[in-house]
Design a protein around this ligand. Structure first.
Ligand SMILES: Cc1cc2nc3c(=O)[nH]c(=O)nc-3n(C[C@H](O)[C@H](O)[C@H](O)COP(=O)(O)OP(=O)(O)OC[C@H]3O[C@@H](n4cnc5c(N)ncnc54)[C@H](O)[C@@H]3O)c2cc1C
Length: 207
């Protein structure tokens, strides 16, 4: 899995950080001026649920090497924008695929999956050789097929995604790993917006 933060909102004043924009928006609500330690204002607003102010900043990730099973869950999150590699236009004769850790840990299961994926590739090629268009040949591709997707969400939506997909123990392993990697990246660019989620993750690790 590759998770790259490729864009984040830039504020056109100050140092250009997304948190400065969020603070600007928040202070517009109260006609207040910056005071106290930097970051306090944002952490307090987030803690009290005044989350509309964090909608002004957004971040875009280029995600690859994840399964279609994973992105199917990801795209259920509607407050977002997506651009995904197309199986209608991209040739999938040698599909890369994701192996779940439970299968990787069981040699017989792994051998079975590898045999199956070779047969999928062979079947796909046969269909293409018979003149079947890519958009129809793709019907033999399984959930394990690796894909690439570019995703943009605003910070409020990313927080919701992370709560549901990284911090909820019911979340499935692959999207949980993705959500955790996204949290790590977002924390680097907006620590005060995502601090409480990092703290919650630490708390969960210790219990
Ligand atoms: C552990 C787990 C298991 C799941 N299992 C299944 C399953 O078996 N089958 C299945 O189909 N899905 C399943 N889902 C997907 C889940 O039902 C949601 O579709 C998905 O998590 C997206 O969440 P969301 O709607 O909150 O996010 P978003 O679409 O990003 O929406 C964010 C928030 O905006 C609000 N919102 C957005 N759209 C509306 C709307 N139309 N009406 C009212 N409020 C809205 C809601 O408050 C929502 O939480 C599962 C999710 C998880 C985490």
């Amino acid at each position: 899995m590759k998770v790259e933060l490729i864009a984040v909102t830039r504020y056109l004043r100050g140092n250009g950080t997304p948190e400065e924009l969020i603070e600007h928006a928040g202070r517009a609500c109260y006609r207040s001026e910056p005071r106290g330690k930097p970051g306090d204002f944002i952490r307090k607003r987030v803690a009290e649920g005044h989350e509309s102010i964090i909608e002004h900043a957004s971040a875009t990730f280029d995600i690859s090497g994840v399964s279609r099973a994973c992105t199917h869950q990801l795209v259920r999150h509607r407050i977002a924008s997506y651009s995904q590699e197309s199986q209608r236009y991209v040739d999938m004769s040698s599909p890369e695929y994701v192996i779940p850790p439970t299968i990787a840990a069981d040699p017989e299961a792994l051998a079975g999956m590898e045999r199956f994926m070779s047969s999928v590739a062979a079947q796909y090629k046969q269909l293409r050789e018979r003149g079947i268009p890519k958009e129809d040949a793709r019907f033999v591709l399984p959930n394990a097929t690796a894909t690439r997707i570019v995703v943009t969400m605003n910070f409020r939506s990313w927080r919701h995604f992370i709560k549901v997909r990284a911090l909820d123990p019911h979340s499935q392993w692959e999207i949980r790993e993705l959500a955790n990697r996204i949290l790590d990246e977002l924390y680097k660019v907006a620590p005060n917006v995502f601090q409480d989620l990092i703290d919650e993750r630490e708390r969960q690790k210790q219990t």
